[in-house]
Design a binder for this molecule. Structure first.
Ligand SMILES: [Zn+2]
Length: 391
């Protein structure tokens, strides 16, 4: 962590009461307190979020929730992914799901787009106009708020892994409804709560305030006048979620929402996910202690893989000890974070050769990494000095 991060002024994310957006109940059971410190350009933000389950319907969400103003301020000041940073979603899956639900080919709106990517270039082959909405003021976008969208203007609206960040779900979806043309299509991708027991990706991201199932998402959308027309897990652009397409129905044909109580299953999915997350954090903490110990003894260490597991390893505010370097073979990862430097292996070859400890943040590539280190630097680590840290 660089010094300028450490002296940033601390801000606390302001919270306000929040009812269940699925059934409007106040009757919750607390499930999990999540504490994180996150850096935006100007500030260090303290997130203290309490996850609850609605006893009436089983929707899992954060309450009290961050205020809209505070969240807008935070997101508008976030770092922009660097130009060369690799996309963490599958473009082809998105395009396939869009294509099979095409309604009109005039206008497409991507909410929460961040910087325009190859995905937006592909969209231009399908639509004559492609617009974006992005809260982050550091990104060039057509709109900076869903509340500014013109009515009845879009054939298709998509938001990919956005709705789990939004504490005002109904208000947000109403804006999408109003911006769509009659019979227009809204595509949503969100993390799937039923996958939490085997994949904690959605739980290690600190900003999530909703944990959807397809049924709960459909119930909310039905009440607002959307009808579910398509769904897919395999065509979701990230592995831990689902994709769903909803059609805007005429106001007269407002759909009666079927009330579904998912309390037992959602409680079970969430608890199992948290258990898995806690086990992972214990593993990370013990590896961090070992890393510190090695540093105190003047021994060198390598942390290999700049990814979300590494971010979790260093959260909320852990420092990288002396005598430790972060390495990633992917040159694009040089700009992975502003909090620490990421080196190419050859840049720190001597450090790797001299190291006694290696922490690898990817299970999938771990064997290849150790093989490359052996082949290129003639260096082997003892089994007790290799930590594979992956979800
Ligand atoms: Zn509820």
């Amino acid at each position: 962590m660089k010094e300028n991060q450490m002296i940033k002024e601390m801000r606390t994310i302001e919270l306000e009461q929040r009812i269940c957006e699925c059934c409007y109940s106040y009757n919750f059971k607390k499930l999990w307190n999540n504490y994180n410190i996150v850096y935006s350009k100007k500030y260090a933000w303290e997130f203290r979020l309490t996850n609850v389950i609605c006893k009436n319907c089983g929707f899992v969400f954060v309450s009290p929730a961050p205020t809209k103003d505070c969240l807008n301020y935070y997101y508008s000041d976030c770092y922009v992914p660097y130009r060369k940073q690799k996309l963490d979603y599958d473009i082809d899956s998105r395009i396939k799901f869009i294509t099979r639900n095409l309604h009109g080919t005039f206008s497409f709106l991507d909410i929460g787009s961040n910087k325009k990517t190859k995905f937006h270039l592909k969209l231009k082959e399908l639509f004559s106009e492609v617009y974006t909405v992005e809260l982050n003021k550091n990104v060039k976008s057509d709109f900076y708020s869903v509340f500014d969208l013109p009515e009845n203007s879009m054939d298709m609206i998509a938001h990919y892994f956005v709705l789990e960040h939004i504490p005002y779900v109904n208000e947000f979806l109403k804006c999408c409804y109003s911006a769509l043309k009659p019979s227009g299509i809204m595509i949503i991708e969100v993390p799937d709560i039923s996958l939490y027991p085997k994949d904690i990706s959605a739980l290690i991201l600190h900003e999530h305030v909703n944990h959807f199932s397809l049924k709960k998402l459909t119930e909310i959308n039905n009440r607002l006048g959307f009808r579910l027309i398509d769904k897919s897990s395999s065509l979701c652009s990230r592995t831990f979620g689902f994709a769903a397409a909803f059609r805007k129905e005429g106001r007269i044909r407002l759909i009666t929402s079927r009330k579904i109580n998912e309390y037992p299953e959602n409680l079970d999915y969430f608890k199992k996910g948290i258990q898995k997350l806690k086990e992972f954090i214990i593993k990370l903490d013990s590896a961090y202690l070992k890393l510190r110990l090695y540093s105190q003894k003047g021994k060198k260490s390598v942390l290999w893989g700049a990814n979300s597991c590494l971010s979790q390893f260093l959260s909320p505010d852990k420092l990288i000890p002396l005598n430790a370097v972060i390495v990633d073979s992917d040159p694009d990862k040089k700009n992975f974070s502003n909090k620490f430097s990421v080196y190419q292996p050859d840049e720190v070859a001597q450090h790797i050769k001299d190291s006694d400890l290696i922490l690898i943040f990817t299970k999938f590539h771990s064997h290849d990494i150790l093989r490359i280190i052996k082949k290129r630097y003639n260096k082997s680590f003892q089994d007790s000095e290799i930590f594979i840290l992956d979800i």
